[in-house]
Design a protein around this ligand. Structure first.
Ligand code: NDP
Length: 273
């Protein structure tokens, strides 16, 4: 029997943890899979070519990472509701009729990390989402599905927060004028990439029980440090979200739901070595 073949398209992609994560999942399922990295030039033509070739040669599924999630959206023949809401695709799921379903599992990945790994229920919680880029947009619908008390979006460029909040009919607030307390604060800005925390009042972390940074690194991010210093009870980075989105993709492809917690522990232990 042929070994099913998967890949992740990206640029850069050499350091992607996806192959390793999916091999952990395959071990859980007790099957053999192939999962490669595909480096693609940053043009639509190159992406389309690479995707078409991989899928025509029998690829069983693919992930798409930066900067191709919009090209992937346009490439897909049909879209899941959550991919439509996100306006971006991170997973190709080949259908029996040969068409390619574009899905987006990033938001589901965050929700899985929160619920299955960190043990946090979202129902009735006051949630603040910082940032209004692609990552923020992708998590709104999956968060709302779990019925928080409210979800507020704040962004440095306020107009972008207003625009995003308008799409989902939720609240927007200017980043520097936040005052209320929130139960869960999620950083979907790329500030931690520049070793900085977004410019928010330290007061918003008083009584906050989870400050979550989508960015991940081997040590606590600038946002996590800032939040902990100002009263957040618990902090987490986005490694679990990465594993969660991979698990949701794997489930779409194979109908097997991986257990994410042991995989997150493995990756964390490896980073500490
Ligand atoms: P975008 O470039 O689409 O958006 C960037 C966002 O960050 C904008 O809202 C921007 O605000 C804001 N921002 C950037 N720098 C600062 C700063 N210094 N202070 C305040 N706000 C700032 O990026 P993405 O949405 O694609 O990614 C955001 C983060 O999420 C990245 O760190 C990425 O690594 C992470 N991510 C993690 C995933 C995971 O699986 N763990 C999955 C996807 C993303 P403005 O509009 O004002 O420019």
């Amino acid at each position: 029997r042929m070994i099913p073949s998967y890949t992740v398209f990206g640029n850069p992609v050499a350091h992607s943890k996806s192959p390793q994560i999916h091999q952990y999942f395959a071990r859980q399922e007790g099957v053999q899979i192939e999962y490669t990295r595909t480096l693609v030039d940053n043009t639509r033509a190159d992406f389309d070519n690479a995707a078409r070739t991989f899928l025509q040669q029998g690829g069983a599924g693919a992930n798409i990472t930066l900067p191709f999630k919009h090209f992937a959206y346009d490439f897909a023949d049909t879209h899941s509701e959550r991919a439509q809401a996100a306006g971006a695709v991170n997973t190709f799921v080949p259908q029996k009729d040969g068409r390619i379903l574009g899905d987006n599992t990033d938001g589901e990945g965050l929700v899985r990390d929160l619920r299955e790994h960190l043990g946090i229920e979202l129902r009735g919680k006051r949630i603040l989402l910082l940032g209004a880029g692609g990552a923020a947009r992708g998590v709104v619908l999956p968060l709302l599905a779990h019925r928080p008390a409210n979800l507020t979006i704040a962004n440095r460029t306020y107009s972008k927060a207003v625009e995003l909040a308008g799409i989902f009919r939720i609240e927007a607030a200017p980043l520097t004028q936040l005052q209320s307390c929130y139960d869960i604060i999620i950083n979907a800005t790329s500030s931690s990439l520049h070793h900085a925390a977004p410019d928010v009042s330290p007061d918003i972390f008083a009584g906050c029980f989870l400050a979550y940074d989508m960015f991940y690194a081997d040590t606590a991010t600038a946002f996590m440090q800032f939040a902990a210093q100002h009263g957040a009870q618990q902090t987490a980075d986005g490694l679990g979200m990465l594993v969660g989105q991979a698990a949701a993709a794997y489930e779409q492809w194979r109908g097997f739901a991986p257990d994410i917690a042991p995989v997150i522990r493995h990756l964390r232990a490896q980073a500490a070595e």
